[in-house]
Write a protein that binds this ligand. Structure first.
Ligand code: ATP
Ligand code: MG
Length: 350
């Protein structure tokens, strides 16, 4: 298991320490960790947020464990030198087209979600967002109308192969869970969505055990708040997925609890918390490392097929939350390392 460890900036460094301690406590076979710089740290050391040596490591590794990038001291740099560009460069290099974001309510965290407890308790959804297509990558520009008005345009497009490959990921994800897949689109208005719906429907014959449903995105946004428990796996395009995955994650309470995986065709993936480098709390030792630790669990599951080990880590995180070991983000006082200690103790029976 050769893992590229890219801790990055701000709290990325602090939370990565705890994630690696957790992996260390798991007695994994042939665990090989290789560190490289990314983001502002890399810019300051090497003059580029994604230096060639980091790209080389990523190329040779089986998976990438990624902390966070973002460094206020880089705010005035040219765009291509800013830390955030490193993520885009990595996605491009790794050709990751599927972004998986699980949002699950941990017992005892209902109050933090802001939803009614019985509604909050039902949240256990994975949003599968397409990452390489849609309006983000279509032709875009600014032009003048015949009346001399400025007009901006962004072309939304998907071809069927792009829909098919993300749909496969979603059906497989559903197969590993409760076997319910909801495909979200706007097929009453958009041609891309009609194609999306047709292709997902065609593919469903390959996954007869999965119960497929379709929902318009406006309704999905409402249903995620009204009755999130109805969803198991949701698959959607890049733009709708951007919005719905943020919405779903906030229903769970804290940004410090949410992990993500970005996957391509093979088993190599990039695993990172959904939050950023949090410069406002960096260096204080108070960041919640749970999202990073849960990202490491996703890595074991998706890149190495170690479902049992991933389950163990997720259960340990849940147990520690249930014990009331809460970080500042959840109204508690536990430090980054105290949360890490408690999770390691849970795993090792210490
Ligand atoms: P980015 O643009 O990199 O996503 P952002 O501006 O969205 O960054 P984040 O870094 O995600 O911001 O942080 C948003 C807020 O959440 C900040 O106040 C930060 O302190 C807090 N936060 C983020 N991650 C954690 C964490 N792991 N533990 C505690 N608080 C966190
Ligand atoms: Mg953000």
């Amino acid at each position: 298991m050769h893992i590229a460890v890219l801790a990055g900036d701000g709290i990325g460094q602090e939370i990565m320490v705890e994630a690696l301690r957790v992996l260390g406590a798991m007695d994994l076979p042939n665990l090989c960790l290789d560190h490289a710089d990314v983001g502002g740290v890399a810019y300051h050391k090497h003059g580029h947020p994604l230096p060639p040596e980091t790209l080389e490591l990523v190329q040779s590794a089986d998976a990438v464990l990624f902390g966070a990038v973002g460094d206020p001291s880089c705010d005035n740099l040219e765009r291509h030198l800013r830390p955030e560009q490193a993520v885009l460069g990595l996605r491009k290099q790794m050709q990751t087209f599927a972004n998986l974001r699980p949002a699950k309510m941990f017992p005892g965290m209902e109050d933090a979600s802001g939803l009614k407890p019985e509604i909050a308790r039902s949240i256990d959804v994975v949003i599968v967002r397409e990452l390489n297509g849609d309006v983000y990558f279509g032709e875009k520009g600014m032009r003048k109308t015949a009346d001399g008005l400025r007009e901006g345009y962004d072309v939304m497009s998907y071809d069927e192969s792009e829909v098919r490959r993300i749909a496969h990921v979603a059906f497989k994800t559903a197969m590993g869970r409760d076997k319910r897949l909801c495909s979200v689109d706007k097929a009453n208005v958009l041609e891309t969505s009609q194609l999306w719906r047709d292709v997902v429907t065609e593919l469903s014959s390959e996954y007869p055990e999965v119960e497929l449903s379709h929902m318009y995105v406006d309704n999905a946004a409402m249903q995620l708040v009204r009755n999130p428990g109805q969803f198991d796996v949701v698959v959607t395009g890049n733009l709708f997925g951007d919005i719905l995955s943020d919405q779903a994650s906030m229903c769970v309470g804290s940004i410090g609890l949410l992990a993500s995986a970005s996957l391509g065709d093979g088993t190599k993936g990039l695993y990172e918390p959904i939050h950023g480098s949090a410069p406002d709390i960096a260096g204080q030792g108070i960041a919640n490392p749970s999202a990073m630790i849960l990202s490491a669990a996703m890595m074991l599951r998706h890149s190495f097929g170690m479902d049992a080990e991933a389950d163990r880590i997720e259960a340990a995180v849940a147990a520690v939350l249930a014990q009331g070991v809460l970080g500042h983000d959840l109204g508690g006082t536990a430090s980054t390392s105290e949360i890490g200690d408690a999770i390691v103790a849970q795993l090792t029976g210490g």
